[in-house]
Design a protein around this ligand. Structure first.
Ligand SMILES: C[S@@+](CC[C@H](N)C(=O)[O-])C[C@H]1O[C@@H](n2cnc3c(N)ncnc32)[C@H](O)[C@@H]1O
Length: 191
């Protein structure tokens, strides 16, 4: 485990990972950390925390963010780790190209299910935001429905500016000429 990596069974105060109190931004399934590092570099005022279940990806991310004092990565399964987070601790959450399960029959294996939405609802502060992107149109639509149907979130479109950092998989999909699908959800607010 290298600098920037944290393995903790429970997390009472995510600010402790950073040694400061600041708005917490989560990158769930952060992969190799390209997006997390870019986000932390452009948002010095935020604590940016990646969560990733594959150890070699965690190591890649830790190496990438080691010079950034506002970026950290946790090794573990997203939903399980989020259960140990304090209520209302996250200002913003990204779930970007997380699932390789594009087909409708794969839907039970996808991360965005009722259980995930309910765990996230507890962790995201009032007015906090959830951002989702996928190469699978049907998955994006069903994930959006999952949030919209809970009555706790307002969902809307998410347009990224030209200079918005791309993830590793976004880059791959763009190079393959694939369309990408996104939405955002605001907890208890207007999008
Ligand atoms: C297709 S990659 C995308 C990585 C990155 N977000 C990107 O867009 O380049 C999906 C990543 O999410 C991780 N992942 C998927 N489900 C997860 C879960 N339930 N908990 C933690 N990590 C997960 C995978 O291990 C993988 O590294």
């Amino acid at each position: 485990m290298g600098p920037g990596t944290c393995a903790v069974p429970s997390l009472n105060d995510p600010g402790e990972l950073f040694g400061r109190v600041a708005p917490l931004v989560l990158d769930l399934g952060c992969g190799n950390g390209v997006f997390l590092a870019a986000l932390a570099a452009r948002e010095a005022e935020s604590n940016c925390l990646g969560i990733e279940k594959k150890a070699y990806r965690v190591a890649q991310t830790a190496r990438r963010v080691r010079e950034l004092c506002n970026a950290r990565v946790l090794h573990g399964e997203v939903t399980e780790l989020l259960r140990s987070f304090p209520a209302g601790c996250a200002a913003r959450v990204y779930l970007l190209f997380s699932d390789p399960w594009p087909k409708r029959r794969h839907s039970v294996r996808r991360l965005v299910q009722e259980d995930f939405a309910s765990v996230l609802e507890r962790v995201v502060e009032q007015g906090g935001e959830f951002f989702f992107a996928s190469d699978a149109e049907e998955y994006c639509a069903s994930a959006r429905r999952t949030f919209a149907s809970r009555g706790e979130w307002s969902t809307g479109s998410w347009e990224t500016p030209e200079d918005w950092p791309r993830t590793e998989f976004e880059e791959r999909f763009r190079q393959a000429g694939l369309p990408l699908w996104r939405f955002k959800a605001v907890r208890g607010g207007n999008t």
